[in-house]
Design a protein around this ligand. Structure first.
Ligand SMILES: C[S@@+](CC[C@H](N)C(=O)[O-])C[C@H]1O[C@@H](n2cnc3c(N)ncnc32)[C@H](O)[C@@H]1O
Ligand SMILES: Nc1nc2[nH]cc(C(=O)O)c2c(=O)[nH]1
Ligand code: SF4
Ligand SMILES: [Mg+2]
Length: 211
């Protein structure tokens, strides 16, 4: 296919820069422990210094892949699909999620919310970042707010973000940044006991040594 045609299809969300896809156990947040098929889309310019998938950032290093191809693999593995990245909302998620949902699959997203919300979702995990704040519309529909705790100030940020949530059933999670987990856990534990509207989320897949 010509480069120009490919670019147009990527712009429409008919093709996406696919980094990897894998069947595993959701390691984080509300659905921790649930088997799910992960689709990791390349491209993110939020720039979290502690990001655990920096290889995802440059979309040009991941092959533009037709969404029908992505969906055909996904449907073989699981009825729960997690779209992550990179930042999936860099791209138009309508075509991909339409196809997944037409097969009756449950479609979840992991997102910073930094770009316009597209796509049709059964579960939205919003993990806001100070350096590129979420667009306002996602606070109305997030099912889970998962704030990464790297330092003490991140607890303040977590409360500010929780204030913006409009969906009263949204679950609130504090997740230690992996490299400082041992240092930060006592503070997080104490905080959650004091303010039990929060729950702790751990990156359990890293403890389990699975993808
Ligand atoms: C790699 S991100 C991709 C999705 C999207 N860009 C986002 O940030 O939500 C997936 C999840 O991992 C979290 N995460 C990334 N690096 C982490 C780290 N070093 N420690 C803990 N959580 C991390 C993110 O906050 C997000 O909830
Ligand atoms: N097992 C597993 N669970 C996850 N939950 C969110 C992840 C992500 O990178 O978005 C992730 C991941 O990379 N692996
Ligand atoms: S927004 Fe997500 S993918 Fe992008 S740098 Fe931050 S953690 Fe990594
Ligand atoms: Mg991950």
């Amino acid at each position: 296919m010509l480069e120009k045609e490919t670019k147009e299809l990527v712009n429409k969300g008919e093709m996406l820069p696919l980094m990897e896809q894998f069947y595993t156990i959701q390691g984080e947040g509300h659905h921790t422990g649930t088997a799910a098929y992960f689709i990791r889309i390349g491209g993110c310019d939020v720039g979290c210094h502690w990001c655990d998938v920096k290889e995802s950032w440059n979309p040009n290093t991941h092959p533009p892949t037709a969404i029908s191809e992505i969906v055909n693999s996904a449907k073989l593995y699981s009825d729960t699909i997690v779209i992550t990245g990179g930042e999936p909302l860099t791209w138009n998620m309508n075509p991909l999620t339409t196809q997944l949902k037409s097969l009756g699959l449950k479609v979840h997203i992991e997102t910073s919310g930094a770009y316009q919300l597209t796509g049709y979702w059964d579960w939205i995990c919003l993990s806001p970042k100070k350096i590129k704040l979420p667009k306002p519309e996602i606070y109305e529909v997030a099912n889970e707010l998962k704030v990464i705790i790297y330092n003490k100030h991140d607890l303040k940020f977590a409360e500010q973000q929780a204030e913006l949530i409009k969906n009263s059933s949204c679950q609130l999670y504090l997740q230690p940044e992996w490299s400082v987990r041992e240092k930060m856990m006592p503070m997080i534990v104490e905080y959650v006991m004091k303010y039990p509207k929060w729950k702790i989320s751990l990156q359990t897949h890293k403890y389990l040594n699975i993808p």
